[in-house]
Design a protein around this ligand. Structure first.
Ligand code: AHR
Length: 498
C-alpha cells in the first residue's frame, strides 16, 4: 500500500499469454431454498411465463449474462442426491427430503434431464457434483455412462427410453462436496483414498475431475489429500476450494444483515473478502509441492457473501439481498481470480438465483438483476481474454485501527482491446489514480457500477438503484489517464492501440 496516498496503475508489457479461463465467471445452483424450484424451474403448468418449465425471464437474464458454467446439484445436497430418483416419468419419481436446507420435501421433478437440457437451452457448460457421502462408485459410474456415453448399454438404453438419444456434453465432474463436513464428515486420508477409487472409474474424453478441496485456510486438508494421491496426479485436473465472506466471521452467531449495515460492517466485509488472496497463495504453495507442473488447477467452486437470512424468510433457505457492497465483493474477488488465472481455472459464485450472493432474485412472477449481476456482466470482457499483468500502487482505506488496499484491479486483452477493471472500496472518498498506458493508447469507453448509498439494492417492482452506466473519464495525455474512481464503485476502462 502506498503511504503517500498516490495511486498508480501500470500495465506491464508481458507476453506470457495466460488466458483468463471463462469458467472463472461460473455459477453454482443447488437444490436449496428457491434456487432451483421457483427460481429456475416453475414447471410447465405454471402461470409464470416459462419455456418447458424454465422461467423465461431467468433464461433470458442468464443468456444475457453469458454464464459459462453451472455447478449442480450441490453443495451439501449433492452428497444426499441419488440421480436415478430424478429421471423417468415425473409422476413415478420418488420424493427427497432436503435434510440440509429447510427439511423440505422435493418431488424430484427437476433432475438430470431438466438440468442438462437447461444448460443446453442457455448455452452453459454443466459441472456435475457426484455423491460420495451416501453414494457408491457404481452409482457414479452409471451416472457418467447415462449422461455421456454413446455406446449401447443398459444406462444409455434407459436414457433413450427417457427421451434423450444423444449424450450430453459434460466434462466437469466434482467428486464429492465438502467431504470434511456435510459431505460425510470424513478424515482427509479416508477421502483421499475414496477419491482415488472414484476417479479410477470415472472416465471420459477431456474430463476435468475435481477433488473436494479445503474450506478456507485449511491447508492441512490440501496437504493430506494431495499427498494421498501419491503421485497419481493424472487422477485429478482440479481441486476445489470454498471461501465465503461473512462480515462478522462468526458461523455460529449473527453474520450481519444484508441490507441494514454501516461502515463497520462494510469495512469488515471488504476486509474478509480480501483475505481470500492470502488463502489462495497458501493452497498454491502446498499444491506446488505435490504438483510442481501445476497440472491440477485450483477451482474456487463456492464463494460469495453469506449474511443473516432476510427477516420473514424460511430457515435454511439462505435468502439475502444484494447491495452495492456485494458489487464490490464481486469486483474484488473477480480481480483476484483474474490475476491468478495461471492457476485458477474456474470459480463459481454461490448461488445463481435466490440463494446467498445471487445475480438474480425472483418473487412470484417478478425478477430483479442484482448489483452482482451488473458487475459480472461488465467483467465479461475478461472471459477467455489474455491476462495483462499490472502493477498497482494504492492508498489504504483505513477504518479505526485497520487498513486495507482501497483499490484493486485486473486487466486483460482480447482482439486488440485492453480492458481494465478497478474497484474502489472506500465508501466515503473518490480516489484519483494515474493509469499509465502506452503512448499510442486510445480510449474506447468506460462504465461504472455503483449506487448513491452503500446500502442501495434493486428491489421488486422498482427502478434499478444499482446498475451499469457510462462513466465519463478525461483523455489520455502522453500515455497517462488521470482518473477519479468514485467512492464505492466498480469501473471498467477499455483501450485500443492507435
Ligand atoms: O452454498 C451453500 C452451502 O455452503 C453448500 O451447500 C455447501 O457446500 C457450503 O457449505
Amino acid at each position: 500500500m502506498n503511504v503517500f496516498g498516490q495511486n498508480v496503475l501500470k500495465l506491464k508489457s508481458d507476453t506470457t499469454k495466460i488466458k483468463i479461463s471463462k469458467e472463472i465467471y461460473g455459477h453454482f445452483s443447488e437444490h436449496l431454498g428457491t434456487c432451483i424450484y421457483e427460481g429456475i424451474y416453475v414447471g410447465e403448468d405454471s402461470e409464470i411465463p416459462n419455456i418447458k418449465g424454465y422461467r423465461k425471464d431467468v433464461v433470458e437474464a442468464i443468456k444475457e449474462l453469458k454464464v459459462p458454467v453451472l455447478r449442480w446439484p450441490g453443495g451439501c445436497f449433492a452428497d444426499t442426491y441419488h440421480w436415478k430418483d430424478g429421471i423417468g416419468p415425473k409422476e413415478n419419481r420418488p420424493s427427497i427430503v432436503n435434510v440440509f436446507w429447510g427439511g423440505v420435501t422435493e418431488d424430484n421433478s427437476f433432475g438430470t434431464h431438466e438440468f442438462l437440457d437447461f444448460c443446453e437451452l442457455v448455452g452453459i457448460e454443466p459441472y456435475l457434483s457426484i455423491n460420495v457421502g451416501t453414494g457408491t462408485v457404481k452409482e457414479a459410474v452409471e451416472w457418467v455412462e447415462y449422461v455421456t456415453s454413446s455406446n449401447k448399454s443398459p444406462m444409455t438404453d434407459l436414457r433413450k427410453k427417457n427421451g434423450r438419444d444423444k449424450p450430453w456434453n459434460v466434462k466437469f465432474w466434482g467428486i464429492g462436496n465438502e467431504n470434511w463436513g456435510c459431505g460425510g464428515e470424513m478424515a482427509p486420508d479416508y477421502y483421499a483414498n475414496l477419491y482415488r477409487n472414484y476417479s479410477a472409474y470415472i472416465k471420459g474424453e477431456d474430463f476435468q475431475k475435481v477433488i473436494c478441496g479445503p474450506s478456507g485456510d485449511d491447508t492441512q486438508w490440501t496437504e493430506t489429500i494431495l499427498k494421498g494421491l501419491d503421485g497419481k496426479n493424472h487422477l485429478a485436473q482440479g481441486m476445489s476450494m470454498h471461501y465465503y465472506t461473512l462480515p462478522t466471521n462468526d458461523w455460529e452467531g449473527s453474520k450481519g444483515s444484508s441490507i441494514d449495515f454501516g461502515e463497520e460492517m462494510w469495512f469488515s466485509t471488504i476486509f474478509n473478502t480480501m483475505k481470500i488472496e492470502d488463502i489462495i497463495k497458501e493452497h498454491l504453495t502446498v499444491m506446488d509441492k505435490y504438483d510442481p507442473r501445476g497440472d491440477i488447477k485450483l477451482i474456487v467452486d463456492e464463494w460469495g457473501t453469506w449474511y443473516d437470512k432476510l427477516p420473514g424468510t424460511k430457515e435454511g433457505f439462505l435468502q439475502q439481498q444484494n447491495t452495492v457492497r456485494d458489487a464490490l465483493v464481486a469486483g474484488i474477488n473477480l480481480n483476484i481470480f483474474n490475476n491468478y488465472a495461471d492457476r485458477i481455472s474456474m470459480a463459481n459464485i454461490a448461488q445463481i438465483v435466490n440463494v446467498l450472493q445471487s445475480v438474480i432474485l425472483t418473487k412470484e412472477s417478478e425478477m430483479v438483476k442484482t448489483p452482482t449481476y451488473h458487475v459480472f456482466k461488465m467483467y465479461n470482457v475478461h472471459q477467455d481474454a489474455n491476462l495483462v499483468p499490472i502493477s498497482l500502487e494504492t492508498e489504504g482505506y483505513i477504518y479505526k485501527d485497520k487498513s486495507i488496499p482501497a483499490l484493486t484491479a485486473s486487466a486483460s486483452e482480447k482482439e486488440g482491446i485492453t480492458s481494465i477493471t478497478i474497484t474502489n472500496a472506500n465508501p466515503n472518498k473518490a480516489l484519483e489514480i494515474d493509469c499509465v498506458f502506452g503512448a499510442n493508447s486510445k480510449l474506447l469507453g468506460s462504465k461504472i457500477v455503483t449506487g448513491e448509498e452503500i446500502t442501495d439494492y434493486n428491489d421488486f417492482g422498482k427502478n434499478e438503484k444499482v446498475t451499469t452506466s457510462e462513466f465519463s473519464v478525461g483523455n489520455i495525455k502522453k500515455g497517462i489517464l488521470k482518473l477519479e474512481i468514485p467512492a464505492h464503485s466498480v469501473v471498467l476502462i477499455q483501450l485500443q492501440e492507435k
